[in-house]
Design a protein around this ligand. Sequence first.
Ligand SMILES: Cc1cc2nc3c(=O)[nH]c(=O)nc-3n(C[C@H](O)[C@H](O)[C@H](O)COP(=O)(O)O)c2cc1C
Length: 455
Amino acid sequence: MTQNRQIRLGAFLQATGHHIAAWLHPDAQADAGLNIGHYRELAQTAERGRFDAIFVADSPGSGYEADLATLARNGKTAKFEPVTLWAALSQVTSHVGFVATASTTYEDPYTLARKFASLDWISGGRAAWNVVTTGQDVSANFGRDRHPEHALRYERAEEFLAIVKSLWDSYEDDAFVRDRASGIYIDTDKFHQIDHAGKHFTVRGALNIGRPPQGYPVIVQAGASESGRTLAASTAEVIFTANLTLEDAQSFYADIKGRLPRFGRTPDQLLIMPGIFPVLGGTEAEAEANYEYLQSFVHEDIAWDILQKRYAGVDLSGYSLDDIAPPPPQDTNGNKSRLQLVSDYVERERPTLRQLYRTLSTARGHRTVVGTPEQVADAIQLWFENGAADGFNIMPPVLPTGLTDFVDQVVPILQRRGLFRTEYEGTTLRENLGLHRPANSHALDRTSVARESVA
Ligand SMILES: Cc1cc2nc3c(=O)[nH]c(=O)nc-3n(C[C@H](O)[C@H](O)[C@H](O)COP(=O)(O)O)c2cc1C
């Protein structure tokens, strides 16, 4: 019997929770960002809920150097470097996957390939890389004059990714023979050095670690501009995305899946997972009250900071929060797709600036669902069954309670409806996501050469 198509679930974690003021909520642990015990509990809760993976976003900088008043109230600044964090948590879990964000604009391909190969070995094949080009200008942290242009960042990302995959193929899967009788440790026919000289990088050499257990860690991507979609369609296996309406999510889903054949890929090789910010309550009224309580923690300085980020270069000082939001700027060198999402929202809903910041303070433009566990499960099922999603990134408003409540209250409903697993299918992240394990490109080359010489 073939199993019904199953929802994929990721837990998108921010230390105290996704709401902008989560750290002020009494359910949050104010020191969560630097509290490994807190993350251990989250990882184990996600695994108890049979989540495919847990995920942290990242940028290599605070971004608030010029704005100390906002930095002072920002509860999201202190955090662990993702690969380090996941390596530790892989030792107290056995099945949940680990998606770590790392930047192709600010990291180096060799070091990154090595780190993610290590995480894949240490976790027993549960690593994934969220490939980001970094929208935020953190150039000064790296002694650079300026943040590269959007198009250049994506061009660099493409080259970066190709190098990293070649490095992961430095050794074929069976290269480490470790034969004590002959004294041969490595079959050097199965060792491959790369010799890459491209526009952005020159890398000659090989990794000093065996091929990752998954072949390659799972490749995740989260850009949704034209260049972001092209990169995703050609290389990503999971896409994280933000959509506010079913129609937008359906159009994104159809667009991305439609691009795959151009790259010789099939729709099941790429899973699309929009974010969802669930505010739960025993009744609808209780959920609404929980939502209002969360929003009550937003300080006015933070409200203006949220708005100003979306109106870069526009002077909002003459506006009050009760004024109708003006159209956001036409373009940005940062996150183009998120600017488009906000512009579409402003045009469609004609919100006041207060309504706009309240929409963004929950999940920055991801879908917010306020309701009972049944209603949240309905909202998930609706998008899953109507061509909008293969799974979801659950964005708990406040942690740890937001994740525990979802696992205890919503997951059992999805399981009862036959939409979500009750046990893990495999031990690696690829097995659980239903993604194939990529062959080593050099081994493939050798097979085709052998075939040619026989023919
Ligand atoms: C769910 C989600 C998570 C993201 N996480 C990160 C992140 O951790 N770091 C980052 O620099 N960008 C992150 N982004 C932004 C994208 O990776 C991308 O850089 C951004 O959307 C700009 O690209 P675009 O102009 O192609 O949309 C995230 C986007 C989404 C939807």
